[in-house]
Design a binder for this molecule. Sequence first.
Ligand code: AMP
Length: 395
Amino acid sequence: MYTLNDFNFKNKKALIRVDFNVPINDAFEVTDATRINSGKPTIIKILEDGGSCILMSHLGRPKGKQEEFSLKHIVNTVEDVLGVEVLFVNDCIGVEAEKAAKNLQSGQILLLENLRFHKEEEQGDKAFAKSLSQLGDIYVNDAFGTAHRAHASTTIIAQFFEGRKCFGKLLAKEIESIDKVMQTGEKPVTAILGGAKVSSKITIIDNILDKIDHLIIGGGMTFTFIKAQGGSIGNSLVEDDKLELAGEILKKADAKNVKIHLPVDAVIADAFSNDANIKICKINEITDGWMGLDIGPNTEVLFADIVSISKTILWNGPLGVFEMPNFANGTISLGHAIAKVTEKGAFSLVGGGDSVAAVKQFGFEDKVSYVSTGGGAMLESLEGKTLPGIAAILN
Ligand code: AMP
């Protein structure tokens, strides 16, 4: 795996694919600079080595050139985060971009205009990628959030940098963290899958069963498994066309010696609302008119026990409807359990969509080993797919 340490950036122009796709409000202010912060270590390292940085990113989903998606709106924030002046050029290819790149001195940063102002970016157009490639000496991919896309700046461009391409610090860390769970993780390895539907996690389950010792299942998908086992689930979320599949997963796990842990009790409600009436009952005894919206207290203890004996943990998906305070306890208690075992030396990776939001919301972000920055890319990695952006650097 080629990283920044494999190159000497002195007097070199690093062409860096970053993910500065940050949220922006109506006044064109950046409302969350997390992604810019995540890209900082790579940029600073290259500057400290005596190189210069040409940053390329997309922002939003513009249809052609649309002012509101201009990266000029983020220049001030990037400067604040990096503590270095940032030059901006209002196109990512062409004469002006080439001139700005050519004039760039060591220690300077140039931000290019939104890549997606050119439809060729998402089309993975080779000529467009070649034009981009002419701006820099070494290509650095540090954008995990788009590593699962074969776009011009994330994948196609790499072919023009034979022997001159590498991962940035952020992307290297993402790859390392996934490897720690999927390949080199110390046993017992425990995966916790929650979220709404089993259908969206099937490929992940299939792929990870060979790599884990325990699989904890929570969230809405629980009820497809419980119904498959003959339990009563009332009005809980269920995918009736996946009952057979759920049964097969249980058998497959058994054959592979993976212990599956399903909830034993649930917090049930008589409506999908934080103001609904609430009761606790056994997971397989939910009566009609009631639905399971969180794991129950006995399950919290059961899951915490499994987590406490784990050395490697992967968490994807909340255990209940955590957006409503009355159904957030299961997700919070799991967060506590993971934080505790992480403190004792276990490795914990939180990745993919809503569990990342939950971890941030409940303040566990700094108490787990790593929180992934890429939703779709993370899910595809867990499904066992080789991400094109990663393959392009490795090839
Ligand atoms: P996913 O994107 O598949 O990870 O699903 C995340 C969503 O699952 C969150 O918005 C949760 O509110 C939802 N969820 C978790 N548990 C349940 C449940 N028991 N019933 C319905 N939705 C749930």
